[in-house]
Design a protein around this ligand. Structure first.
Ligand SMILES: Cc1cc2nc3c(=O)[nH]c(=O)nc-3n(C[C@H](O)[C@H](O)[C@H](O)COP(=O)(O)OP(=O)(O)OC[C@H]3O[C@@H](n4cnc5c(N)ncnc54)[C@H](O)[C@@H]3O)c2cc1C
Length: 364
């Protein structure tokens, strides 16, 4: 569906309790919204264009980030009434490499993130949310591509453009569980290369923020580098990739409907960690429909500041280059707690905001 969340009109579709509410998209944002509505006693129909949940991810391993808020994401999900009945590996220890192959420990006392599987398989995040929604009586129509809403509903159809891409392989592997990143422009321009392994499965990707046309080259370089640095061992590799879309909208409404998740631009512009915002925005939009409260006020109060800070961080990161990345890796290592360091990066951007025009001028 081609919609612009910035052109919305508020307060048009306030449903009464007997009106079924439609949700477009069964990603984490749409399912979180559907679960919240169903828990509030509302009739919900979810339209999903694909034949299964998480179709675009297909066994992708992803990090449910746990640093942008002091609250643990799993606790936050439980408090919001969302299922945490999926496999989640807490990550407290990993390793980061700079462009000169030097290793830096990534460690924190509390999980930096939780590694989860995406897609339709049992144990995945998408499957747990789907099962919870179905158990609550939500009707999920697979293969139903919705082009608009005539009654009350929530728009949750995911990214519309590519501001970043993550491309690489899924595979089976005898490697031990773990997460590793490399910050090197020659592998992932403006981003990072990563290798995640859990329970005999793995994902290796280049997450790049520019020069998408040469993605194959970056992926092959990424694979080679991880082979050399940590002995990457891929069995039955399957190519996989996807896009990320991020912007901070003026409003979270479109034509009177709340827009949630990546369709609304709710993404982490710094690293591309969108699941947390997707689920939280889904919950907030559903609550606003039931309570008659202002969805804009909810998401802006909870998410606008960290998202803006991530955009400031992104603007700076775009200019760092390999020496700057090395400084970042050293900085987090010196801090002694990667989660606290990242938390600081996401909390206060006042000084960093002042640096951005200077850095952009320096590049020009
Ligand atoms: C390769 C890759 C790696 C990533 N890694 C991470 C990570 O490590 N951590 C993290 O937090 N985030 C990560 N992300 C981002 C994260 O996956 C997304 O931010 C998140 O899935 C967004 O959720 P959503 O519900 O808004 O959209 P989606 O998950 O995209 O769900 C939208 C759903 O809507 C459906 N749909 C689309 N159009 C229609 C229509 N017209 N009618 C009906 N249904 C429709 C789609 O089929 C889809 O199922 C990654 C993204 C990619 C591509």
């Amino acid at each position: 569906m081609d919609v612009d969340p910035g052109s919305g009109m508020k307060d048009v579709f306030a449903p009464d309790e007997s009106t079924p509410i439609e949700v477009v998209g069964a990603g984490p944002a749409g399912l979180a919204a559907a679960i919240t509505l169903a828990r509030g006693g509302r009739r919900v129909v979810v339209h999903e264009a694909q034949r299964e949940v998480g179709h675009r991810f297909r066994r992708d391993l992803q990090g449910l980030e746990n640093w942008s808020s002091a609250r643990d994401i799993l606790d936050q999900m439980r408090e919001a009434g969302l299922s945490t009945g999926f496999d989640a590996m807490p990550c407290t220890h990993g390793v980061g490499f700079d462009a000169w192959d030097r290793a830096y420990p990534l460690k924190s006392s509390r999980p930096l993130c939780y590694l989860v599987e995406r897609g339709p398989r049992p144990g995945s995040l998408d499957r747990a949310l789907l099962d919870q929604a179905l158990a609550l009586g939500v009707e999920v129509r697979f293969g139903s591509r919705k082009q608009g809403l005539s009654g009350p509903g929530i728009l949750a159809s995911g990214p519309r453009m590519a501001d970043a891409i993550a491309v690489g392989y899924h595979f089976d592997s005898p490697m031990p569980d773990g997460f590793r990143v490399i910050l090197d422009e020659s592998l992932a321009p403006g981003g990072y290369a990563y290798l995640l392994t859990v329970g005999g499965r793995g994902t290796v990707k280049s997450c790049m923020f520019r020069d998408f046309g040469r993605q194959r080259l970056y992926v092959e370089r990424t694979v080679e580098r991880f082979r050399r640095l940590v002995g990457l061992d891929m069995l039955s590799p399957r190519f996989h990739g996807g896009v990320g879309n991020f912007f901070v909208p003026a409003t979270g409404y479109h034509d009177g409907h709340p827009v949630v998740g990546e369709q609304a631009g709710f993404q982490d512009a710094f690293g591309g960690f969108g699941m947390r915002y997707a689920m939280l925005s889904g919950v907030m939009a559903a609550e606003s429909l039931m309570d008659g409260t202002d969805y804009d006020a909810s998401w802006q109060g909870e998410m606008k500041r960290p998202m803006q800070t991530a955009h400031v961080n992104r603007a700076i990161y775009n200019h760092l280059g390999n020496r700057g990345y090395r400084w970042l890796l050293r900085g987090q290592a010196w801090s002694g707690d990667t989660r606290a360091f990242f938390g600081w990066l996401y909390r206060s951007a006042r000084v960093r905001r002042l640096i951005v025009p200077w850095m952009q001028g320096r590049r020009a």
